[in-house]
Design a protein around this ligand. Structure first.
Ligand SMILES: *Cc1c(COP(=O)(O)O)cnc(C)c1O
Length: 424
């Protein structure tokens, strides 16, 4: 697989380099040189998830990774289903939250961990990351038990929910978690300082495993095929897909699926009040506002870092940007939507609700709508319980960890201490 840096097309790398490096020169994003057009879509859709995903990723990555190895990577990463659930006559939900940390980021995170373990070469790797909750959990679970990879996760002590803390600070093994006596920004600053320390970086093989890594996007392509495979055949033709969007990685993956040949009539980018993209698509002006806090807080992003990849796909396919529909939903509308969905018998959380309502407003007669549910309702327990006036039971995945003892170390906001800890 050959990839180029969107900012500096002369910088070209293979899959292994792109996975190891994450970003190119000037923080430029890597993008595949060629995306093949698959002619056997119906055959692919007839296969089970793991076998089909292996074929899709094989077509994208090429012979850089032997097929048998790729199969093992996919098998290790995709250990949970992505069911399609009918919500209305012509509207379906794709539930992406059945993984170990109950959010769709498990798909990308787990495959990235497998990819990094495969292409790492010799020497030690230390993944260092700071989290305000969710990312840490996904990273910890994705890398748990992988050989010769140490994971160190910093988080602000007392500033994440006790449930979130239990989810990733009870694993042990190759996962070390550190509660820092400071806020999230301080944790991020410590991570940055570590990456700026060339000697340390070299000594422990520092890697950020961040969300911009191309391996995540490739993994996410697979669940768009899984959705189509589960839809009744007669509903596959006029398919409109609504994606709850923050950094626009999820949408990028969907557009890659369409480029590969998956028949999707149109995409809808649904956002909350952080509406840089819908405003841009309507006015042609890119003018991010200050980020505001919303109910769907994983989408509280006003400068989506995958947007250049979205534009690149439209340009390369000669698709008109106005074929991408987009709208924003306020928190008040999101609350109303959650209640309306509950009336229909579907329990959702704020991110999925945003995608559902924007889809509903856009869908035409004769079309089938699919919206992505990116998190389990219990992950947003407090708001869902308040809005719907219900009590949510703890899902088993959370309950299991909730009963285990916390294994975190504690540390002051002190780089010298962290450095010694990392070198230990
Ligand atoms: C990360 C996240 C999103 C946004 O996905 P992007 O790929 O960043 O657009 C939506 N919902 C949930 C629950 C998330 O965690």
């Amino acid at each position: 697989m050959n990839l180029y840096n969107i900012k500096h097309p002369e910088e070209q790398v293979n899959f292994a380099q792109a996975v190891r490096q994450g970003l190119g020169k000037d923080q430029g994003l890597f993008f595949p040189q060629n995306i093949p057009h698959l002619s056997n879509i119906d055959e692919l859709l007839a296969l089970p998830l793991v076998e089909r995903s292996q074929k899709i990723l094989g077509a994208l990555i090429g012979d850089e990774i032997p097929q048998a190895q790729l199969e093992q990577m996919v098998r290790n990463a995709f250990t949970f289903p992505a069911p399609v659930v009918q919500v209305e006559d012509n509207i379906y939900a794709l539930e992406l939250f059945h993984g170990p940390t109950l959010a769709f980021k498990d798909f990308g995170g787990r495959f990235m961990a497998q990819a990094l373990a495969t292409v790492r070469g010799d020497g030690k790797i230390t993944i260092l990351t700071a989290t305000s909750g969710d990312t840490g959990a996904a990273v910890a679970h994705a890398f748990y038990g992988l050989e010769n990879i140490e994971v160190v996760i910093l988080y602000p002590k007392g500033k994440i929910s006790p449930l979130q803390e239990k989810l990733f600070c009870t694993l042990g093994g190759n996962i070390r978690t550190v509660a820092i006596n400071a806020d999230f920004d301080a944790c991020q600053a410590l991570v940055k300082q570590a990456f700026d320390d060339a000697e340390l970086r070299q000594a422990i093989g520092l890697n950020s495993a961040n969300s911009i890594n191309i391996s995540r996007l490739l993994a996410q392509v697979c669940y768009y095929f899984e959705a189509a495979a589960q839809l009744p055949k007669e509903k596959r033709d006029n398919l409109v897909v609504s994606v709850p969007s923050g950094n626009f990685g999820n949408l990028t993956a969907g557009l890659i699926a369409k480029t590969l040949g998956l028949p999707i009539k149109r995409f809808i980018a649904a956002t909350n009040a952080n509406d840089t993209v819908p405003r841009y698509l309507h006015s042609g002006n890119w003018s991010p506002n200050a980020t505001v806090a919303t109910l769907s807080n994983a989408m509280d992003v006003s400068r989506p870092n995958n947007w250049p990849r979205v534009e690149e796909l439209f340009k390369r396919n000669s698709w008109a940007l106005n074929e991408l529909h987009s709208a924003a939903l306020s928190d008040a509308q999101t609350e109303d939507t959650l209640r309306a969905m509950n009336q229909l018998g579907y329990l959702c959380e704020p991110h999925g609700a945003v995608a559902y309502e924007v889809l509903k407003q856009d869908l035409l007669a004769g079309e089938t709508g699919l919206f992505l549910c990116t998190a389990h309702p219990a992950k947003f327990k407090e708001s869902v319980e308040r809005i719907l006036d219900v009590t949510l039971p703890l899902p088993e995945a959370l309950d299991k960890h909730n009963k285990l003892p916390l294994l975190s170390d504690e540390m002051d906001n002190d780089f010298a201490q962290l450095r010694a800890y990392l070198l230990k």
